[in-house]
Design a protein around this ligand. Structure first.
Ligand SMILES: Cc1cc2nc3c(=O)[nH]c(=O)nc-3n(C[C@H](O)[C@H](O)[C@H](O)COP(=O)(O)OP(=O)(O)OC[C@H]3O[C@@H](n4cnc5c(N)ncnc54)[C@H](O)[C@@H]3O)c2cc1C
Length: 309
C-alpha cells in the first residue's frame, strides 16, 4: 500500500471529571502534532457514557480536530440512536465507529432493537444513507463470545456487507493472527481496509485484566517477562515499547493499511511507539494536493478517502 494512503488514528475514552478533561485536552494537543487521520471517542453500551462521549466529541470537532464517535447499540433503542446520528450529522461529523458494545454487569438489556453490530450498521445506512464513513470492530484472535473462528469471521463478513467501509481490530501481539484474519476475509470477498488496533504496554496488571476480558492473547513469553519485572515500571515500559514498536513495523511492512492506537488517554506511550516506527505522514502541501484531487471534503460521502486499494 502507498504509505500516504494509510490511516492513523488515536482512541480516547470520555473523561469522568473536569481534571481528567483537562488532562485529555493536553493529551490530544500533543497527539495532534503528528496529524492523525482521526481521533475516536468510546461510548458506553446502553448509552452509559452518552453525555461524556457527545461532549468530548463536539468539543474536539469544534476545535477543528477530525473526530469519529463510537456508537454502541446494545441496550439502546432506535429513537436514541437516531437522535445521536442527527446530532453528529448536524455538526458535520462524517465518520463513526459502530459497535454492539457490552452491557456493564447488572445493567438491564432494555430495548432489543439491536442485537448485533450489523443491525446498527444497517440502521445507520437506512437513516443517513452514505453520509457517514462506518468503521466496525474485527477480532483476529476471535471474539470471546464466539464459538469458533469460522463463525466469528462469517459474522464479521456479514457486518461488512451490511454497509461498513472499514474495520479496526481488537489489539493483539501476534502479527500472524492479524495477517491470517485479513487473508481469510479477503477470500470471503471483503476488500475494505482492516486497520490493526495497537495497545501500548505500560502496566502489566491492567493489560492482563483487559486481555482476559476482551479475549486478546498475551503470548506466554511476553507474560513471563512482564511478570518478572514486578513493580519496575521503567523496565515494563522499555520492554513494551520494544515489542509493540516491532509489531507495528512488521504490520506496516506487511501492508497493514494504518494503525489505530488505544491511547488510554495518554500521549507518551503512543508517541514513543510512533517515533520508534518513524511513521511519516504526508506533508501539509501533499495533503492539500491529495484533498484537491479527491474533491471538496463536504461534497458527499464518497469524498471520504477511499482506502480500499
Ligand atoms: C475498535 C474497537 C472499538 C470498541 N469500542 C467500544 C466502545 O466504544 N464501547 C463499547 O461498549 N465497546 C467497545 N468495543 C468492544 C465491543 O463492543 C465488544 O467487543 C463487544 O463484545 C462486541 O462488539 P462488536 O461490535 O464487535 O459486536 P458484533 O459484531 O455484534 O459481534 C459480537 C458477537 O456476536 C457474534 N455475532 C455477530 N453477528 C451475529 C449474528 N448475526 N448471529 C450470531 N452471532 C453474531 C459475533 O461473532 C461476536 O461473537 C470496541 C471494540 C473494538 C475492537
Amino acid at each position: 500500500m502507498n504509505p500516504s494512503q494509510r490511516t492513523f488514528s488515536f482512541e480516547f475514552f470520555p473523561p469522568k471529571s473536569e481534571e481528567a478533561a483537562d488532562k485529555l485536552r493536553a493529551t490530544r494537543a500533543r497527539l495532534a502534532v503528528v496529524k492523525p487521520d482521526f481521533f475516536s471517542v468510546t461510548y458506553g453500551a446502553g448509552g452509559s457514557t452518552r453525555e461524556g462521549t457527545v461532549n468530548t466529541v463536539l468539543e474536539m470537532h469544534r476545535t477543528g480536530l477530525p473526530v469519529a464517535p463510537h456508537v454502541s447499540c446494545i441496550g439502546s433503542d432506535r429513537a436514541a440512536v437516531r437522535q445521536l446520528l442527527q446530532t453528529y450529522r448536524q455538526e458535520g461529523i462524517r465518520r463513526l465507529v459502530c459497535l454492539r458494545g457490552d452491557l456493564p454487569s447488572g445493567m438491564a438489556t432494555g430495548s432489543n432493537d439491536f442485537r448485533h453490530a450489523s443491525d446498527l450498521v444497517q440502521f445507520v445506512r437506512a437513516e443517513t444513507g452514505a453520509w457517514f464513513h462506518i468503521e466496525v470492530a474485527a477480532y483476529p484472535e476471535v471474539h470471546p463470545q464466539s464459538r469458533n473462528a469460522v463463525e466469528d469471521q462469517a459474522n464479521f463478513v456479514r457486518k461488512m456487507k451490511a454497509g461498513a467501509d472499514s474495520a479496526i481490530t481488537q489489539y493483539f501481539f501476534n502479527a500472524d493472527s492479524y495477517l491470517r484474519f485479513v487473508e481469510d476475509v479477503r477470500h470471503a470477498g471483503i476488500d475494505a481496509p482492516i486497520v490493526p488496533g495497537i495497545m501500548p504496554v505500560t502496566n502489566f496488571s491492567q493489560l492482563a485484566r483487559f486481555s482476559d476480558a476482551c479475549g486478546a492473547e498475551i503470548p506466554r513469553w511476553m507474560r513471563r517477562r512482564l511478570e518478572g519485572y514486578g513493580d519496575d515500571r521503567a523496565s515494563i515500559r522499555a520492554f513494551g515499547l520494544e515489542v509493540v514498536a516491532g509489531l507495528c513495523r512488521r504490520l506496516l511492512d506487511e501492508g497493514a493499511p494504518g494503525l489505530h492506537f488505544y491511547t488510554m488517554n495518554l500521549a507518551e506511550p503512543t508517541l514513543a511507539i510512533w517515533e520508534q516506527c518513524r511513521i511519516q505522514r504526508p506533508r501539509a502541501d501533499e495533503s492539500a494536493l491529495q484533498a484537491r484531487e479527491k474533491g471538496p471534503a463536504r461534497a458527499g460521502p464518497r469524498a471520504m478517502p477511499d482506502r480500499s486499494d
